[in-house]
Design a protein around this ligand. Structure first.
Ligand code: ADP
Ligand code: MG
Length: 621
């Protein structure tokens, strides 16, 4: 008897603080969210020593009177919801009434606040949860919260903090999230007396992205297009295919204006990007999902980072579809850059610019004898060498049927006298001018925007990949019989799965049939695959397909197989190509669904705009 006691209020707050206030970045996040909820137009943040020494947030929001100021420091005191029913549709960032008392219980805390028309403001000081001072204060309208010596009274927690640099970066990330989701609010960050950024209130999301990350990134983003579904609106910007990062820091996702982390959405993004994303890399996204507040539960985690969707599959599929549509749409924008006419020096264009529109497959004998200059192979770096020549009827080019059937023929190289010719192509409305080949790998071209570098290997991979995929969709996959059919056992659950997906597997070129309970037999595989252990291969196929979750992604695995084999067959670096081949390669590439990256998500082309060049040469600042 008598062993159970109610915890004193301060201790209870400290316990709760464990969940809400993990590190200085959580303090910054909670304070900024409060400022946003208070209708601030401008939020100034100051941190020192990774926020451990101080985090200060000043806003010009609605402020509080003295009573509210005091009440805001009580646990479960909030102005944002009133009843359990309100939890169904939370429209503010905060609602738990926990942040301020939690923070104040583990720091030296000072709040000054003033309503717009009030004669005086209020200053409240709390140390380690103990109210020390309440008095009139004369600050400008709005609220200022200063949090010093975080965890000074909880040494155990303090030990868990990382280096000041890491903590600072975490805070910066939090501020980026808020700044991106609220472009109309001005933000500034002062870190150890250095102004890291000052973002003016912006009219649009793209302005904010430009102010925060620079115009170069903005240029590589595509605005999200396409309607996801009538229940979910998706907007924002995503990186065009080929743009990726090693970390997830620029994969920003917001649900109803709240930055969230969701493995469900991450999976949807990956699937949407599919071959447009390099393995192990993360996409760049500024993605905003809007859905009925009643269809998401934000009250899952005290830090409100996670949400629960009522219809997770619907959300995932909406994201996948939206990314796919956007990337395809982005292609048009890219192609636009090849549509505008290229300004050619008159003498050159008159002599050497053939219009290949009418006879795209056949080049004039004169044309095909002409070879591209190859740059960069001499010490001087400007010399022309390794110029090759071939007859007009030499096919040279690798085609998908060659991949499927036999080893591809790579173009032969022969020496000839060097010529420096420039070629303009206007095929199918596209205009570009091939300048030469650098290091036997990079095709240099000029388009209306400036310089384009194309990785010939990656480009060829993309072309073969799309052509094979198209064939696979139309005619199914060419298969090859195994010398010895193989049987293999699977656990009962997988057996069920295979049974119900036999037709999908067969369409992918896998000759598989049931061979007794939980045993299957494979007698053929796609001919372009080189599989040494069919049983092991099948287990991987099953795992991959199961994780793809729905049958709509069945083609996906086939695609992965193609991507792998295509890489082995595509023209390699160091394979010298002749002009018609290069020209055809570029034309085919521009006709692809996703021309700007190879099937592994690496870029196929890099555009260096004239503006960038001018900047580099100091012609323009
Ligand atoms: P919550 O945000 O979940 O309501 P908090 O503990 O973060 O809980 O804040 C408690 C209350 O204090 C808020 O509901 C709000 O009314 C008030 N408040 C906090 N910060 C500010 C601010 N910067 N400006 C105006 N009011 C604020
Ligand atoms: Mg709050």
């Amino acid at each position: 008897m008598g062993r159970i006691r109610l915890l004193p209020e301060t201790v209870a707050s400290q316990v709760a603080a464990g969940e809400v206030v993990e590190r200085p970045a959580s303090v910054a996040k909670e304070l900024i969210e409060n400022s946003i909820d208070a209708g601030a137009r401008k939020i100034d943040i100051m941190i020192r020593r990774g926020g451990i020494s101080i985090v200060r947030v000043i806003d010009d929001g609605c402020g509080m009177d003295r009573d509210d100021g005091l009440l805001s420091l009580e646990r479960h005191a909030t102005s944002k919801i009133r009843s359990a029913a309100d939890l169904q549709a939370v429209a503010t960032l905060g609602f738990r009434g926990e942040a301020l008392p939690s923070i104040a219980s583990v720091s030296r805390f000072r709040l000054t606040t003033r309503e717009a028309r009030a004669l005086a403001g209020t200053e409240i000081i709390v140390n380690g949860g103990k109210l020390e001072v309440v008095r009139d204060g004369g600050e400008a309208p709005g609220t200022q919260v200063e949090v010093r010596s975080l965890f000074y009274n909880l040494p155990a927690r303090r030990k868990f903090l990382r280096s000041e640099n890491t903590e600072s970066r975490n805070i910066e990330h939090q501020i980026h999230l808020q700044a991106i989701s609220h472009p109309q609010i001005g933000f500034s960050l002062l870190r150890d007396d250095r102004m890291l950024f000052q973002l003016p209130a912006a009219a649009t999301l793209s302005d904010r992205i430009r102010d925060l990350y620079g115009v170069e990134l903005l240029q590589r983003l595509v605005e999200v297009s396409g309607t996801a579904s009538h229940k979910i609106q998706i907007s924002g910007f995503i990186g065009q295919a080929g743009l990726s990062r090693q970390a997830r820091t620029q994969q920003l996702v917001f649900v109803n204006g709240r930055a969230i982390e969701s493995s469900l959405i991450t999976a949807g993004l990956r699937e949407g990007y599919h071959t447009a994303l390099m393995k192990g890399q993360y996409p760049v996204t500024f993605l905003f999902l809007e859905l009925d507040p009643a269809a998401v539960d934000v009250n899952v985690h005290p830090a409100k980072r996670e949400v629960r969707f009522r219809d997770p599959n619907g959300v995932r599929e909406a994201v996948v579809r939206c990314i796919q549509q956007t990337l395809k749409g982005g292609r048009a924008a890219w192609q636009e850059k090849f549509r505008a006419p290229v300004n050619l020096p008159a003498a050159i264009s008159a002599k050497t610019a053939p219009d290949l529109r009418l006879r795209p497959e056949v080049s004039t004998p004169e044309e095909s004898h002409r070879e591209l200059p190859h740059f960069g192979t001499t010490v001087a770096g400007v010399g022309l060498s390794a110029v090759t020549s071939a007859k007009a009827d030499d096919p040279g080019r690798v085609t998908p049927s060659q991949i499927v059937g036999q080893a591809p023929r790579l173009p032969a190289s022969r020496s000839d006298s060097p010529t420096l010719q420039r070629h303009t192509t206007k095929a199918e409305g596209q205009q570009f001018q091939i300048i030469g080949v650098l290091s036997k790998l990079y095709v240099l071209m000029e388009n209306a925007d400036g310089l384009v570098l194309v990785d010939q290997h990656a480009a060829h991979e993309r072309i073969l990949f799309e052509e094979l995929r198209r064939r696979m969709e139309e005619q199914g996959v060419p298969t090859q019989k195994l010398l010895l059919p193989q049987t293999f056992d699977v656990p009962p659950r997988d057996a069920d799965w295979i049974e119900s997906n036999l037709s999908v597997l067969q369409r992918m070129g896998i000759g598989i049939e049931s061979f007794g309970p939980d045993t299957f037999k494979i007698d053929s595989l796609p001919s372009f695959l080189n599989v040494s252990e069919p049983a092991q291969f099948m287990r991987k196929v099953i795992d991959d397909l199961k994780s793809a979750a729905n049958s709509a992604s069945a083609m996906r695995l086939g695609e992965e197989m193609i991507a792998k084999s295509v890489c082995r067959h595509a023209v390699k670096a160091n394979d010298p190509l002749r002009y018609p081949e290069v020209e055809k390669l570029i034309r085919d590439l521009l006709d692809c669904d996703l021309p700007y990256c190879c099937p592994h998500g690496r870029p196929t082309m890099i555009q260096i705009s004239l503006a960038e060049l001018e900047k580099k040469f100091g012609r323009k600042i």
